[in-house]
Design a protein around this ligand. Structure first.
Ligand code: NAP
Length: 235
């Protein structure tokens, strides 16, 4: 296991849910942090660089990454986590929700990587972790656009691996099934829906992210898929 002590990470979507749990776990492991979300939450952590940043806006993402590197002096880890979801039949999906999923999940990931990668390449041992989804591995019912956005993240991260692996940057897709966050309760879902029972906790995902990041530099984790036992198997 490799220590993360003294490393510097930038986490998008760090204000709530999975991103918050990942940020807290990284802080616990001794990682210095740049945090980005529209609300600019600092999670009450001392010494973090917290920026209000909409990942759909490349200038804002650049500015948040730059502020992080300026304060921390380096960047070793990017966790591209910010994401939104909406469920239901494709034709019922309002166009603004379709656009938001593509813009936040796909473009937001590309903008975050574009801003962070030059710094990661200077790290001498860096990681990009994309928080994708089981929906990035299989077509799920009534999640057509969400699946499209998550497949895009998975494809991008897998392809980038070819470009940067031998230059010291590992790329990993983290693909959870259902996690009990605001997101899971979001548009098109209500708390009494049976599929919400037994979901994983954001901390479960954070543990997997920490596992990925602490692998010895001799190897890398390409993808991790994990799901609640209550979730049906789609083959
Ligand atoms: P969440 O609790 O709703 O948190 C989403 C985070 O993304 C928040 O910090 C939010 O902060 C941020 N965010 C949303 N839109 C943003 C934007 N335009 N710019 C910057 N930040 C933005 O959701 P979650 O469940 O933790 O989801 C995190 C990631 O996990 C997503 O990529 C999601 O697709 C993935 N995932 C979730 C599940 C699940 O079942 N929950 C399963 C698999 C994968 P602000 O509102 O402050 O901007």
């Amino acid at each position: 296991m490799t220590s993360l002590q003294g490393k510097a990470a930038f986490v998008t979507g760090a204000s709530r849910g999975i991103g918050r749990a990942v940020a807290l776990a990284l802080a616990e492991a001794g990682v210095e942090l740049g945090l980005a979300s529209r609300s600019g939450e600092d999670l009450g952590l001392e010494g973090v660089v917290a920026r209000a940043c909409d990942v759909r806006q490349p200038d804002q993402v650049e500015a948040a990454v730059s502020a992080t590197v300026e304060k921390l002096g380096r960047l070793d880890i990017l966790v591209a986590n910010a994401g939104v979801g909406a469920y239901g039949p494709f034709l019922d999906l309002p166009p603004d929700q379709l656009e938001e999923m593509v813009d936040v999940n796909v473009k937001g990931t590309l903008y975050a990587v574009r801003a962070a990668l030059p710094h990661l390449l200077e790290s001498g041992g860096a990681d990009i972790v994309t928080v994708a989804s089981e929906a990035g591995r299989r077509g799920l019912p009534f999640e057509a656009v969400y699946c499209a956005s998550k497949f895009a993240q998975v494809g991008f991260t897998r392809a980038l691996d070819h470009e940067v692996r031998e230059r010291g940057v590992r790329c990993t897709n983290v693909c959870p099934g259902g996690v009990a966050t605001d997101f899971a309760m979001g548009r098109g879902r209500t708390p009494e829906m049976p599929e919400l029972a037994g979901m994983m906790r954001p901390e479960d995902v954070a543990e997997v992210v920490l596992f990925v990041l602490t692998r010895p530099r001799s190897h890398r984790v390409l993808e991790t898929a994990f799901r609640p036992v209550t979730e049906p198997s789609w083959g």
